[in-house]
Design a protein around this ligand. Sequence first.
Ligand code: A2P
Length: 348
Amino acid sequence: DGYSVAVVGATGAVGTKLIEMLEQTNLPIKKIKLLASKRSAGRKLLFKGAGIFVEELVSEAFDDVDIALFSAGGSISEKYAPEAVKRGAVVIDNTSQFRMDKDTPLVVPEVNKEALKNHQGIIANPNCSTIQMMVALEPIKQLAGIDRVIVSTYQAVSGAGARAIEEVKQQAREILDGELPENLTTEILPVASDKKHYPLAFNALAQIDVFSDEDYTKEEWKMVNETKKIMEDNQIKITATCVRVPVISGHSESIYVETKEKSTVADIRAVLEKAPGVVVEDDPSQQIYPQAINSVGEKDTFVGRIRRDLDVDNGYHLWVVSDNLLKGAAWNSVQIAESLHEMDLVRV
Ligand code: A2P
């Protein structure tokens, strides 16, 4: 016995990792269904060594599904998540489609599992950059409160999907073969749907998602708004700069945090060392600090470079790294499914 679980977008960058995380979870699974576009229907993917055919995504596919994990883009979630719920499934959605809806819990299990109790069928998985920041900041919030956050991200290409990874690899090959930057093929990055495209290989692009209010990008607004919702605190001052770098997987973040109460670097390190999902890697004398390439394949969030601000009394700086496809997406989604199971919240 167990749940019938569907993965929507099973062939994608996150979908592939969802399958891997479902192989590793303790969640009882009796059946797995892999859904993608018509293009992929008939392809065979492995789940625990068994070949499973990818099926075309249609509403009827959810008839016998208990838990549906979505990662096929916002418009697919908009259309099919309500269909899945209507047919009795609980949806865990990786897109930004429902994140800020009042009735949709936005959950990082280490921080706000309790919010799951109010779900109406759809649960939103937060933005990848927000998730790892929450894992690192929640213990500090519990220790000394948080007044203000300033974050700059160094985000990996896999967050933009499988095609973006291919694009940047191709650009890198062309540059190493002597091609000039202005002649590189640029069709997807920084944002597939935007008007202009720029090379990312050997570059850094200060644009993730499209531009929005106040000249911030949507990715930056996600970090701002989602933080307030997850931490249930609209008073937190927070601002973000999101940058894409030519790293395949593993998001890095420079986080400046001002606590409400007085604290010390030693106290902050101590609470982070005990925090769930956090691994402290911080020993300047041995040149130890988190690195994106070391985070790949790991479920934890790595924190290092913990140090005080030189001018502001309650100011601290951290370097926070995690695998954006795992804790930032697939693993957090599967943890949400595990939490729903533990809290007996799967059947609405
Ligand atoms: P497909 O491989 O069949 O195109 P990524 O985030 O890596 O770009 O992956 C996107 C995922 O969403 C893929 O699994 C992709 O399937 C799926 N997808 C994209 N468009 C659709 C669609 N119209 N219907 C169902 N799945 C889709």
